[in-house]
Ligand binder design. Sequence first.
Ligand SMILES: NC(=O)c1ccc[n+]([C@@H]2O[C@H](COP(=O)([O-])OP(=O)(O)OC[C@H]3O[C@@H](n4cnc5c(N)ncnc54)[C@H](O)[C@@H]3O)[C@@H](O)[C@H]2O)c1
Ligand SMILES: [Zn+2]
Length: 528
Amino acid sequence: MEPNLILTGFMGTGKTTVGRLIAQRLDRQFVDTDQWIGDRAGKTVQQIFAEEGEDRFRAWEAEACEALSEPQGLIIATGGWTLGSQNNREALQRGGCVICLWAELDEILKRLPQTGERPLLAGGDREVRVRELLQKRSEVYRSFAWQVDTTKRDVAEVLLHVMALYGSVSQLNDPDTFYVPMGERGNAVLLGAGLLDSLGPVLSARGLRGTVALISDSNVIEHHGERVFRSLALSGFEVRPVRVPAGEESKTLEMAGGLYEQLVQGGLERSGVIVALGGGVIGDLSGFVAATYLRGVPWVNCATSLLAMVDASLGGKTGVDLPSGKNLVGAFHPPLLTVSDLTTLHTLPEREFQAGLAEVIKAGLIGDAELFEMIESGSTEVQEIIRRSIKVKVDVVREDPFERGRRAALNLGHTIGHGLEAASQFLLRHGEAIGIGLIAEAKIAERLNLASRGLSEHIEAVIAKVGLPTRYAYLETDAIVRLMRSDKKKQLGRLKFALPRGIGDVAIGVDVPDELIREALEAVCDAP
Ligand SMILES: NC(=O)c1ccc[n+]([C@@H]2O[C@H](COP(=O)([O-])OP(=O)(O)OC[C@H]3O[C@@H](n4cnc5c(N)ncnc54)[C@H](O)[C@@H]3O)[C@@H](O)[C@H]2O)c1
Ligand SMILES: [Zn+2]
């Protein structure tokens, strides 16, 4: 049976009006959950609220969602807060594709009738109530991957966008969606095969229009530039491709400066959008440019390397390197959306895939022992591996969106790893350096009796198993330590380590004596 189309969103966004019209167009059955409840309860939603209370109404909603969870080709409009419940959300998603309609506060106020039937608005100042409710709920609305902004659009336009989006994304094989909660700037993350071919309708439905600067690197643009260009152009965007040389060497202020000029010349205004298409380098660089160009423009991060999918594209950190260290200049500027299209991994060189696995192993060590075991046993379930890694990172970011505490756990392997990466002058790939860093830091944890003996060997075996180096060719220890110190993750001049206590458990903020750092480095060095 055809999947259902489920329209959700705040009151006044037009779910019912648009849903009815689509049902007519497609000759499908329309179901309004409030109506469904009213029919079964034998009274209106207002009466249920007044006589039995909100809880009883929410119970009815749960029943409705269960009953409507089969794919039957239905067009469903939910109540404004039906999908505030995760269970309801999962139930309806089983049956089809959920599209969230959005509108700005002023527009909602204009649309809501002055008197009437909205039980949640009863009593008090209406505008204040609407503002409060919208504020409280907007994070949930933002967490839906498929969004149609209805602000300043009439019903006919909204209808077209919903239809185009539904037509495009209902072809997809059920992508996973996640939400990186960063308050007002939280963003949805999509993971699935073929997503890049739907990018145009997805962005245009979100209300983006005009010029798109498509920033990519010389490798990725060859393989995937065309499909992204086509999808965006077909949805009416003026696409300006911008090509950057591949590699970490491009993550500099000079490169950012050159990009600003190209964006000016390409006519990118504040109403435009930057689309980053590439690995972590392109994401960090484009995100940084998006954070600073014209004091900030929106951007979308299309991650094409394993490392970017499981790590770099999540959490809103953007930045560039300085000659004295990595990521020393940057900004928190989360993208509107992160899109990880699994088909791009087909062209990713093996060595890069392996480098990404280092971050996967890190994710397992931080918070998912089963993920660690999957890698250990040679699992080839790529989507599941990425899904689990994303979940670890998103859970940490949820606890600490702006890196004040727990988020430091994500630095596992990175204190030493970044020092090695820089000392090798980037001959070691980021992921390769992190792999060695994980082993060395586990050795430190053992020496500090944080971890039991054998942990570092266990980690080393897994790093070796995926084909990553477990030792670095000789680099000067002093240079590594100096570069570690200029890395930004220190406090008051002291290096603070995140160290493994076991698989799936990390200690943060650990002081490590200098001689232990040196000892661990020497243990993972192939002496000349
Ligand atoms: N912002 C963050 O939170 C964060 C987190 C972790 C890492 N990072 C940064 O990410 C960067 C490393 O990311 P990376 O390993 O993706 O590096 P990268 O962007 O340089 O990509 C690695 C290589 O793979 C190529 N490539 C990428 N996708 C491809 C594809 N689908 N097909 C063919 N070739 C492809 C690239 O051209 C490049 O040569 C580092 O600069 C690191 O600091 C940032
Ligand atoms: Zn990393």
